[in-house]
Structures are given as structure tokens and as C-alpha cells.
Design a protein around this ligand. Structure first.
Ligand SMILES: Nc1ncnc2c1ncn2[C@@H]1O[C@H](COP(=O)(O)OP(=O)(O)O)[C@@H](O)[C@H]1O
Ligand SMILES: O=c1ccn([C@@H]2O[C@H](COP(=O)(O)OP(=O)(O)O)[C@@H](O)[C@H]2O)c(=O)[nH]1
Ligand SMILES: [Mg+2]
Length: 272
């Protein structure tokens, strides 16, 4: 009785309006975030069925999932697990930038200053690093973690790579939880201090949320709700939830035609 199914938390309505793409990284608030919906596993079944017949995995193009969420929302943690379990290549935009810094290049000097201030690195630098990493990985399923950070990033990616993502997984973590996690992350990062964290949170709200709104309006966003993102004592379940966000698509890629092959629901205590 104290348990309920939650697969449907991740299912969103189909696109209801056209894009509101901005041409540059502007500061603004947004109202098109995906809605929470009541349980409806039949909708999941329909979604799966509608995907199963399409060109699942046979095309030359890799399947692309953008993984977004505020700083400290758990993107990297979840991507590592998804990559292991589902055979995705995990490309972290932040790690690619930090790698460039570590290489001692001139570009790296510019990047480190921007990261210290919590600002966004010019699109052409990041997109080029991602494009090269995608090419080098030669993977047919790619998680792009922490990118695009703003509308300008998104537009540059779509122009240069010539693709939209297939889906966008969004970790909607409460701000206080993100701050707590970042302050405890202990990876010696130049940006995990309270001053920079405040700036990063502002940049996330004003520049990254519009990207999520945009993809939401195109029906691509699978949101992991605040409730589950903040459930730190249920880290494994949070992982299961990100599986659910991806499962219909992974099943499509694997060419599986039966729902019984998918992890389509999990049970959690009502209390969290
Ligand atoms: N569900 C969770 N509960 C508690 N701590 C978490 C959870 N997910 C991630 N963390 C921790 O929070 C910090 C930030 O996680 P990370 O995956 O690096 O987030 P992001 O990539 O979104 O910034 C890390 O120290 C990580 O171990
Ligand atoms: O596409 C990107 C990804 C990251 N960053 C910069 O790199 C920092 C760290 O990004 P990362 O994704 O590693 O941080 P996280 O959100 O995982 O804490 C960000 O604050 C930005 O300054 C950026 O400019 N563009
Ligand atoms: Mg990260």
C-alpha cells in the first residue's frame, strides 16, 4: 500500500507549441517546463510501441541524449551508471574543457578564467571538443553531459554537428540540495566554492532553463522530478529513474520489441 509505480513521472506530453529559440545567450525566465503527470503506464507502452518500429539503431547516426540539470544535480553520477549499464559513450562537456585546461594550451587559459567565474565557454570551443570526442568514440549511443548550457550552445551544436538530440534527460534537483552536494564534492575544482556556485546557479536559471524549455516544446525532455533528485538516501532509485527516462529509447536501439525487456517501472515508498 505504501508503494506506488512511478514510470509515468518521466513521461511528458507531446509537443504543444513551436520553438521559442533565442539567437543568443540572453537572461530570461521561462514557463514551459515539462509537467508532472499521474501514473499512466499505458502511455509508456504507447510511446515504446511508437518508437519500436522506427529506424532503431540501424542508422549511421549515433543516438544522442543531452543530459542537463543544475550544477550538482547528479548528471555526472547518473551518466557514469547509464553508460555502464546501457553501453553509452559518456561525454562530459565540463571534463572535456578541464582536459583542455590540463593540456596547457592557450585555449585552456581562457577556459579556466571563464570556469572560475561560472560563465559559459564560447560555443565554438565546446562544440568542437564534443564533435571530436564523438568522432573518436565512434559510439552509436552517446550521452552528452552538461551541454548545451545556453541557446547559443544549442544552436551552434545543431549547426556544426547537423543534429538535434534524440532526447534530453533533465535532472530537476532542488537548489539547496545542489549547493550542499557541490560544497561536499571535494574534487579540488576551481568552481566548487560558494561564490562561484551562486553565479553558476544564476547562469543555470537564466541560460540553461531556456534550452530545456525549447526541447520541452519539441517533446524531447524526460524530466527526473525534484522529489527524486533530492532523495539522496535513494541514490540507486534515482539511477533507476534515469533508466526509465532512457529505457524506451534504449530498447528501440537494441531492437527489442517487447515491453518485458524493458525496466519500465519501479516501486518506491510513498514517503519520499
Ligand atoms: N543522488 C545523490 N545523492 C547524494 N549525493 C549525490 C547524488 N548524486 C550525486 N551526488 C553527489 O553530488 C555531487 C555532485 O554530483 P555530480 O554527479 O558531480 O553532479 P553534476 O555533474 O550534475 O554537477 C557528487 O559529489 C556526487 O557524489
Ligand atoms: O558546455 C559547457 C559545459 C561546461 N562549461 C563550463 O564548465 C563549468 C563546469 O561544468 P560541468 O558540467 O563540469 O559542471 P557541473 O554542472 O557538472 O557541476 C561550467 O560551470 C561552465 O563554466 C561550459 O562553459 N560549457
Ligand atoms: Mg558534472
Amino acid at each position: 500500500m505504501w508503494r506506488r509505480r512511478l514510470g509515468a513521472f518521466l513521461l511528458r506530453s507531446p509537443p504543444s507549441s513551436s520553438s521559442t529559440a533565442a539567437s543568443s545567450c540572453q537572461h530570461r525566465r521561462h514557463h514551459l517546463l515539462p509537467r508532472e503527470e499521474p501514473p499512466a503506464l499505458n502511455r509508456l507502452a504507447r510511446l515504446f510501441t511508437s518508437q519500436a518500429g522506427s529506424d532503431g539503431g540501424n542508422s549511421q547516426k549515433p543516438f544522442i541524449a543531452f543530459v542537463l540539470g543544475g550544477p550538482g544535480s547528479g548528471k555526472g553520477t547518473q551518466c557514469t551508471k547509464i553508460a555502464l549499464d546501457f553501453g553509452f559513450a559518456h561525454l562530459s562537456a565540463g571534463d572535456l574543457l578541464r582536459h583542455e585546461i590540463a593540456s596547457g594550451s592557450e585555449k585552456g587559459e581562457l577556459i579556466v578564467d571563464i570556469i572560475k567565474e561560472g560563465r559559459i565557454v564560447p560555443s565554438e570551443i565546446t562544440v568542437e571538443l564534443i564533435r571530436k570526442a564523438m568522432e573518436a568514440s565512434n559510439a552509436n549511443k552517446v550521452l552528452i553531459d552538461g551541454f548545451p548550457r545556453c541557446e547559443e550552445n544549442r544552436i551552434a551544436f545543431e549547426r556544426i554537428v547537423g543534429r538535434e538530440p534524440d532526447i534530453v534527460v533533465f535532472f530537476d534537483c532542488p537548489e539547496d540540495e545542489m549547493v550542499k552536494r557541490l560544497l561536499g564534492r571535494n574534487q579540488g575544482r576551481v568552481d566548487d566554492n560558494i561564490e562561484t556556485i551562486k553565479k553558476r546557479l544564476k547562469v543555470f536559471e537564466s541560460l540553461n532553463i531556456p534550452v530545456i524549455d525549447y526541447y520541452s516544446s519539441r517533446g524531447k525532455v524526460r524530466k527526473v522530478s525534484k522529489l527524486f533528485c533530492s532523495a539522496h538516501s535513494y541514490a540507486n532509485r534515482t539511477t533507476s529513474i534515469s533508466y526509465i527516462a532512457l529505457t524506451p529509447f534504449v530498447a528501440k536501439l537494441n531492437g527489442k520489441a517487447s515491453l518485458s525487456n524493458c525496466k519500465i517501472s519501479i516501486c518506491i515508498p510513498e514517503s519520499i
